[in-house]
Each structure stands twice: as structure tokens, then as C-alpha cells.
Design a protein around this ligand. Sequence first.
Ligand code: TYD
Ligand code: MG
Length: 455
Amino acid sequence: MAKAAPRYVCQKCGAAGSKWSGRCDACGEWNSIVEETPLAQGPAGKSLGQSRGRKLVLSDLSSKEAPPPRTACKIDELDRVLGGGLVPASAVLVGGDPGIGKSTLLLQAAAAFARAGLKVVYISGEEASAQVRLRAQRLNLADAPVKLATETNLRDILTTLDEVKPDLAIIDSIQTMWADNVDSAPGSVSQVRAAAHELTAFAKRRGAAVILVGHVTKEGNLAGPRVVEHMVDTVLYFEGERGHQFRILRSVKNRFGPADEIGVFEMTGGGLAEVSNPSALFLAERGAPAPGAVVFSGIEGTRPVLTEFQALVAPSPHSQPRRSVVGWDGSRLAMILAVLESRCGIPFAGLDVYLNVAGGMRVGEPAADLAVAAALLSAREDAPLPPETVVFGEISLSGALRPVGQTENRLKEAAKLGFSTAILPSGGKARGSKAMKLTQMSDLASFVGEVFGAG
Ligand code: TYD
Ligand code: MG
């Protein structure tokens, strides 16, 4: 019988159960289970299939569909991450740590879209209107035709939006929204889910674009269930290291464009400034060739981006040596250390290993394997790589080097920035040129032998 029985929902993973417990069975989190009243109940005792609904109109796959009309805001780094501009009737989620600059970015975006001709409404649930206006003045955006309100009541917001009919509504943030038909506190899973659902429904109903701001937890998940990510069309993360001025807007999901595209910004006194040549920026602090520093020619979305991997290897005073990684995957580092140890006979036991990607960049490509291995070896041997060298390639568990995609683009970007040598796996479609000498190898052991004269 479908009766309004209480539901117990884990606030971390969203798993629901019929009884309370101190620990979530699904994700193992302690003290995360909260009682929630279900939103709405169907007719008691009847499954949906038993009562007759409306017959759907089915169409063919071949029916002609024009590409969605897009509005570009002329902030190129944002337009590209959106897949070429904002699509009507779409919902975008922008996640990021508190204080990273989401409100700043979206206020600038609001002004830019308003200047591009959209009717823009900016609803802040966190800051008073005066505060937002002050920021707009500081950013020199006060004259942009953006409509502003401070509100957290979802019903009032929806009524306003339905009446004003904006082309773009920005909600800052989804965690502060409060739906009065849901019986739990703002920021809880059910509230976040209800607010996201109502606001996406508004976007589809009115053909407006909706941008939701979401806070990210320590572990990097959007606070609230992952279901919000499934509800929206596009998920962007705004990330960066505290203490660095670089900010990266990364699309992790996009129904209207490529995922994994990045936009690079710099936080300045006057707001976020676009960085159109990120390679130059990430390599700007590079000095003379130093042991442990290796330049990696990577691909972020559709763009090649050069970054510097820095490694430090030092004798460990601990019985369990430290493995510390910033900007790359820790388990991937463990794998490369294991391959170096068992396939090339280079032990890292008793040594602390630190790995860092310069400039606060985060690299997710396996193509960086060889650059990481090179940085580790260079640090361990205290020998810098030859100057003006870039490195890329994937390493397999057998120690073989695998060619990676977009080799041409990687080489071209490196040549553009003045690099003259590339170390990469053999095979693939790489072609050297006068400006770019290629050193190709088929396995990690020959890389070690050739570059560090050992192995
Ligand atoms: P904010 O956009 O409020 O972050 P979020 O909405 O993600 O919590 O940005 C907060 C930080 O940005 C704050 O520490 C100050 C800094 N900032 C600048 O450096 N320059 C600026 O022009 C602005 C508006 C903010
Ligand atoms: Mg904010």
C-alpha cells in the first residue's frame, strides 16, 4: 500500500530507507540519515500502470531539428564552456567551493548576457541586494540592465519569474532555496532536489535558461544528492586553489556541447579576467630547467594546454613514506610508482614523494603519465630534463608506452610556445618538423635509459 509513511534519506548519497539508522548502508556515512516527508502521493494502492493516462505522440528519429539557437555573452571563456553560448529552455548548474568566485562570475555573466540582449533576473539567497549592487559597482557593471532580488522562498521566486518571463534567471544558490511544500530544512537533500526540480521545470515551461549556483562539499561533491546533476542539462565546476589567482571553469556534463571543456580566468581586483592563452599563463612562473620539473602538453576539452608537473622526492623519516599529490590523481601516482619499481627496477621505498601541478591546474588525462614518471625520475636523480622539452604519453601496467590522441595539436601548441623537443610514445601519427624534434620510445625502461642514462 502506498501510504504516506515517513522516509529516511541519507543527506550524503540520497539513498532512502524505511527506518532510521546511525549509519547509511549505501555510502557508509555516519549521522547522515534524516526523516523526510514524501512530496506527493499517487492514488492509494494503485500503481501507475493500472489507471489510464494520456497517449503519447511518437516521432521518428529522422525528423528535422534545427540546432538550438544560442546566445553568446562575449565572455569567450564562458561561451566556449557552455558549448558556444547559452541555450534557451536549459538548466545549468555551476558548482564550486565557497569563496572561489561563483557569485562574481555569475554577476559578470548576468551583465554580459543582459548587454547581449537577454532579459536577465538575478536572485540572490545569500547576499542582500545592496551587497550585490556594491559588487556590481566594483566590477563596473552597475549600468547593465539586470533585475535583482534577494529571496529564498521558492514559491515567491517562481511566481515572479512566471510573471516577469526572463530569458535568463540566475539562482544563487540552490542550497539557500526553500520550498514550503517540503518538510525539511533548506540545504537538505529534499529541499535541494525540490528546488532544482521546480526551477528546471520553469526553464522547460517558459523556454528560459536557468543557472543554478551550488556549493561543493569538501570531498568535491555537490552538497545534496547527485540527482541534481542528472536533472540539469549542463554541469560546470568552478575550481582553483586558494592562494592562486587562476580559476578554471570546467564542464563535466553538457547536453548541448562537449564535456571536459575548460575556461580559464584570473581573479583580479576588478573581478574575473579572461585568460585566452592559458599555456603561457601556467608556464609564466617557470624558471631555468630544474630537477623534478617537466612540461606536459595536454588537451583540455578542445584546446591544448601546457602545464608544468613538479615532483619532489626526499628520504622519508617515517616508516610509511608520504605520497602527496595536488592537481592529479593519487591512485594514478601510486600506479606509476609501482610500474617504475617493478618494470624499471627503480625503487621509491623509503622516499617521500610530492607531486604538484603548477598554477593550481588539475589534470585528469592519462596522457600525463609519462610526464609524471619523468618528473619523478628527474627529482629522484636530481637531474633536470633537457631544456625546451615537452613530454606526454600513457603508461600501461606492463611498462609499455601508449600513443595518445591529438598528438598533432599537442606538438603544435608546444612549438608555438617555443619548445623544440617532444618526448612521446612511438606509434601514433606524430610527425616531427624543423622546429620540433621528436624522441619516440615504446616502453618506460628505454625512456629511463635514454633520458637519465640508467635503467
Ligand atoms: P564570490 O564570488 O563571493 O565567491 P562564491 O560566490 O563562490 O562564494 O567571491 C569571493 C572572493 O572573490 C572573495 O574572497 C573576494 C574575491 N574577489 C576579488 O578578488 N575581486 C573581485 O573583484 C571580487 C568581486 C571578489
Ligand atoms: Mg556566492
